[in-house]
Design a protein around this ligand. Structure first.
Ligand code: SF4
Ligand code: SF4
Length: 294
């Protein structure tokens, strides 16, 4: 069995307890306007072209078997429709202008990389987190990987948007110590506007996880002009859960703009950043509902 991933991040400290290694899987069912990992949206490999750094040396044009790169009058033209994401040009580019987002892995090829930092996990109470994209779009692989990590005594976390079939959660739940559950909005129309999808399945899956005793931490991206008014309704919903151990408000940032351009995606990222006072108000609302929040 194989999976498509786009990054393995070591020494992650915001993806669950302690020091962790986070695996980012390709493919996501949502299209959040503020997404800061646009390279995780599509399921397959993609070439990113960071045009502003290109020196027009022409090496990529020489190596590309599809003729997707051309240097014309000193200008680099990249024709994405010709690209098969083979990665040959990215391996060669001396200016690191080209990045292939996508790597096919097996459990056996990935596991040794994840066990490398085992000493740090043990010392810090950390472990391995599966994220994305939406890792549970590749649930069979995740279940096998998580089971193998458990055999090695590694703490496991799954970061999910919840917009997945119940069967995907059922596959991973026996091998998952913690679910990091991302919630964007309680009101369906707001969720639809923010993510392109309704939220009924997401809310149902969260309640089901709680019913079966799964430990969760909920993360709420806080995006002015989109979902900041949703916090009171989300607080009321979360206050009913018995196995929720914490809620994080994630301040929106717009660092990912360059990736949208490099992937030829329209940049949908909102311009307005949250202010500290707004974030503190949101945290106060959650705490007033009896939740452990930060
Ligand atoms: S990834 Fe392969 S097909 Fe795509 S532009 Fe580079 S060399 Fe050509
Ligand atoms: S190899 Fe890199 S620096 Fe050279 S033309 Fe291609 S993208 Fe630009």
């Amino acid at each position: 069995m194989t999976a498509e991933i786009f990054a393995v991040k070591r020494f992650a400290v915001h993806d669950g307890d302690g020091i962790r290694t986070t695996v980012f899987f390709k493919g996501c069912p949502l299209r959040c306007v503020w997404c800061h990992n646009p390279e995780g949206l599509a399921p397959g490999p993609q070439l990113a072209f960071y045009a502003e750094k290109c020196t027009n040396c022409g090496l990529c044009a020489e190596v590309c078997p599809r003729g997707a790169h051309r240097i014309i009058d000193g200008q680099h033209r990249f024709e994405r429709s010709l690209c098969t994401a083979c990665g040959a040009c990215a391996d060669l580019c001396p200016a690191r202008v080209l990045t292939l987002y996508g790597e096919t892995v097996t459990v056996d090829s990935l596991l040794p990389r994840l066990l490398e930092d085992r000493a740090y996990y043990e010392k810090s109470g950390g472990g391995v987190t599966l994220s994305g994209g939406e890792c549970l779009c590749q649930a069979d692989f995740c279940a096998e990987l998580l089971a193998r990590l458990h055999q090695h005594g590694i703490h496991t976390a799954v970061d999910t948007c919840g917009a997945v079939p119940r069967a995907a959660l059922e596959k991973v739940i026996p091998f998952t110590d913690l679910f990091l559950y991302d919630l964007k909005a309680h009101t369906e129309s707001v969720h639809q506007r923010c993510t392109g999808r309704p939220n009924g399945l997401i809310l149902d899956n969260l309640r089901w996880l709680d019913e079966v005793g799964a430990v969760t931490e909920v993360r709420i991206p806080f995006v002015p002009g989109f979902n900041t008014d949703e916090v009171p309704a989300l607080a009321a919903l979360l206050a009913e859960l018995r196995h929720l151990r914490r809620v994080h408000i994630l301040p929106y940032h717009n660092f990912a703009g360059a990736k949208y351009a490099a992937l030829d995606y329209p940049n949908t990222m909102p311009a307005t950043l949250p202010e500290r006072a707004e974030l503190d108000r949101a945290i106060s609302i959650l705490r007033a509902a009896g939740l452990r929040a930060d």
